[in-house]
Design a binder for this molecule. Sequence first.
Ligand SMILES: *Cc1c(COP(=O)(O)O)cnc(C)c1O
Length: 358
Amino acid sequence: MTAKNKITVKRNAQPKEKPATDQLAFGTVFTDHMFVMDYTEGTGWHDARIVPYEPFMLDPAAIVLHYGQTVFEGLKAYVTDDKEVVLFRPDENMKRLNRSNERLCMPNFDEELMLDALKELVSLDKEWIPDREGTSLYIRPFIFATQPYLGVAPSKTYRLMIILSPVGAYYKEGMNPVKIAVESEFVRAAVGGTGSAKTAGNYAGAMKAQEVAEAAGYSQVLWLDAKEHKYIEEVGAMNVFFKINGEVITPSLNGSILEGITRKSVIELLQSWGFPVTERKVSIQEIFDANAAGTLEEAFGTGTAAVISPMGELSWGDEKCEINGNQIGELSLKLYETITGIQTGRVEDPFNWVVKVD
Ligand SMILES: *Cc1c(COP(=O)(O)O)cnc(C)c1O
């Protein structure tokens, strides 16, 4: 029996009206179906099914509601210029979801079965994938602890779900460099903590810093390390890159940084172009020094939502630094165009990153 045969499908008898593709925001509208699978200790994962999208019941004592035992992923499906439906490196998301599971004491799942489930769900709801430039279908797999129990311990039961949401272009008015506040008070994650897992608590804990930065007119915060508040970790929920004196530098994975698939793709692309990339510790002082010396050429964040997000200005205490005259850097643009080009079939995919959904 192939993994696919284990997934039952119950079609939605009342499909919803699809939103206009020029009205799409992020994560507000959901498609007609969802994937669900349950886990019970002793039995393992069971009842893999695609069913109509709908709310569900959860016991008020469910562990996830009290102790946050939950993990998630985020990826996108695109329609190429040839009208094919494709995913970008979905196997990487499944691997990472299992790594997050591991960190949160949650049970691993069969990655092959999940890839099949993902493809089948996207295929069933493919009419929902917007085809306007920059739009896509955002895919949100997530797993949470369902056992009703107020003791602090790993749950004996879990639910895994995949929901889909058509999303608008990240850059509605074209790509623009953003203003970033260097965060010296709050931290996102500490080495030894859960920063390298995509788990809810990291995001809940990051909201206060984002709220304060936004109120002061910045779009995101640049996170520093939890111990010394010196070394750069990430920007918002993105990984971060700097181009200094012709060399691209990104903070090395230290245990508190989330290992982005866009980060990995950027590194692999740059290496294939023969461009020097270094993964190492990067201090915020080094960035301000490079800027003062005129060698800071570009700075950008990387993540599934934006792909590449150029930084135009950094504010650190009383100091400010403007990067590349607040203009999009040449390399940032080339990376953006290449990755989005591969995703939409406009640029050749020498790495086999793109996976077709039939
Ligand atoms: C998801 C995420 C990223 C980016 O990962 P991608 O796989 O590139 O989307 C970076 N940092 C944090 C904290 C994240 O949650």
